[in-house]
Design a protein around this ligand. Structure first.
Ligand SMILES: *Cc1c(COP(=O)(O)O)cnc(C)c1O
Ligand code: SF4
Length: 458
């Protein structure tokens, strides 16, 4: 039975209690109005204010009431995932902002200091802004699209550049602080369609954000429904990146246009597209509410798949048992584990980072605990300029301790799944920290990458 049928018969319809649950959101200005944090020590509340002056903060009532275990604050993973913590700024940056707030500094002075700090936080990691922006044949730049890997085009609809809440580690944080120069967005459905029509090698469209699921169903329709035309037969797969199953599962159950949204997914599936929700999860607790379960059920009833990905983060999920529980729970719900990412070098990276060797151990110890169906999770993977690099393991070769690495995805498809080696470094947290093993001057892909994709020699 299809979702619309189920909706009509009321079998998986929302219960009366959650019909049209209002979406209430809190940002930095509303911190004092969040009653759940009133009992926290005042220095902790002040720290939240300081940190959220620099990094984006947005949380909603569902996260506060149903996801966070307030008895376990500040260690609760969902609290760490959404609420600002003192350690997210370096001590110097923290002191600068705290000082200005304590002395009621003027807005101009505060803004200037905040802008300077943000500039040091690598707002656009992995050359996202410069390297992947495509052009139409007339030379016109297509904003809102990135085309990095041959088969897959990323699309950033302009109405989807926010989220139902913000993750404290988000690598897209720069998009949320209103810096227009940093926004990667478009509202040009026509550009998207023209670009896809001209690129027959593209099999996958990945709609991303922010979170495209903050969009009205009719806006998503305007982007996606035309892809059912014959011109777009080559676009076999439509993926939608989202964290709504965590931050606002009501999006799929009781929002005013929830049914229209599911009906859209169902039409795409019925017309022969593979539709996949790429759901972002960090912790099994995100999948542990009734409304989330119901949302998963309703999405799956449309014929769309749910695949999951998420970064490994200190303070949130740097524990193999937590990953094993997350993967097991996903398989139980009919969700397919896809990627475990290494956190990118941006924003509050120093707070969340995990050494690569530890990331590999956590992945390995987690994957060993689950059955083959949950071992579809690949990683730990770094999304870097040249591609997605997996830390395959640590080994000793020719008397040298090395990291064994390989590309899961690459600018040049020919690089994929060729093992390569880096000197072992217990402290390395990102590809940039690694040096080739065996005294080689550089990694096998580096000169080609420099010549073909960065446009700079260094
Ligand atoms: C991960 C990613 C994709 C999709 O790659 P798959 O391996 O097909 O999941 C596409 N574009 C960019 C920029 C990515 O980072
Ligand atoms: S849901 Fe994704 S884009 Fe939104 S804040 Fe979290 S990591 Fe960033």
């Amino acid at each position: 039975m299809t979702a619309t049928n189920l909706l009509q018969t009321g079998q998986i319809g929302p219960s009366a209690a959650e019909q049209g649950r209002p979406f209430r959101v809190y940002t930095q200005r509303d911190l004092d109005r969040i009653t759940a944090i009133h009992h926290l020590p005042s220095d902790q509340r002040f720290a939240m204010k300081v940190v959220s002056t620099v990094l984006p903060f947005r949380v909603n009532e569902y996260v506060i009431e149903q996801l966070i275990d307030w008895a376990n604050v500040p260690h609760d993973p969902i609290f760490q995932l959404t609420f600002p913590q003192a350690g997210m700024l370096t001590p110097e940056h923290y002191a600068q902002v705290a000082d200005l707030l304590r002395h009621d500094a003027g807005k101009a002075e505060l803004d200037a200091v905040v802008a300077r700090i943000r500039e040091t936080l690598n707002p656009h990691p992995a050359g996202q802004r410069e390297l992947n922006i495509p052009r139409l044949p007339n030379g016109e730049v297509v904003t809102g699209i990135q085309h990095k890997y041959r088969e897959t085009v990323l699309f950033f609809p302009s109405q989807g550049q926010t989220c139902h809440a913000y993750c404290s580690f988000c690598f897209r944080w720069a998009q949320f602080i209103g810096d227009k120069a940093l926004r990667i967005a478009t509202n040009e459905a026509q550009d998207l369609h023209a670009y896809l029509r001209q690129h027959r090698c593209v099999t996958d469209l990945l709609v991303t954000g922010g979170d495209p699921m903050v969009m009205k169903a009719r806006h998503l329709e305007a982007y996606l429904e035309p892809l059912l035309g014959r011109d777009f037969d080559h676009v076999q797969t439509i993926r939608i990146g989202t964290k709504a199953l965590t931050f606002w599962p009501y999006r799929f159950t009781s929002d005013p246009d929830s049914d229209a949204l599911l009906a859209l997914l169902e039409r795409l599936v019925a017309a022969g597209k593979h539709v996949a929700l790429m759901a972002h999860f960090n912790h099994w607790r995100e999948l542990d509410t009734e409304v989330c379960e119901r949302a998963v059920e309703r999405i799956r009833a449309t014929g769309a798949e749910i695949r999951t990905q998420g970064p490994l983060l200190a303070h949130i999920n740097d524990d193999p048992d937590a990953w094993a529980a997350l993967w097991r729970r996903q398989v139980q719900l009919g969700i397919i584990p896809y990627y475990m990412f290494v956190e990118r070098d941006t924003g509050a990276h120093h707070y969340f980072k995990v050494p690569l060797v530890r990331a590999w151990e956590i992945y390995r110890e987690g994957i060993q605990q689950v059955s083959g169906l949950a071992r579809t999770a690949r990683g730990p993977s770094m999304s870097a300029g040249p591609g997605k690099v997996e830390i395959t393991g640590v080994a000793e070769l020719a008397g040298e301790k090395v990291f064994v690495l390989r590309f899961l995805q690459a600018r040049n498809p020919d690089w994929v799944h060729r093992p390569f080696f880096a000197q072992f470094d217990p402290e390395a947290t990102w590809l940039d920290d690694l040096r080739p093993a065996f005294g080689e001057p550089e990694f096998f892909f580096e000169s080609e990458y420099r010549e073909r994709w960065t446009g700079v020699l260094h």
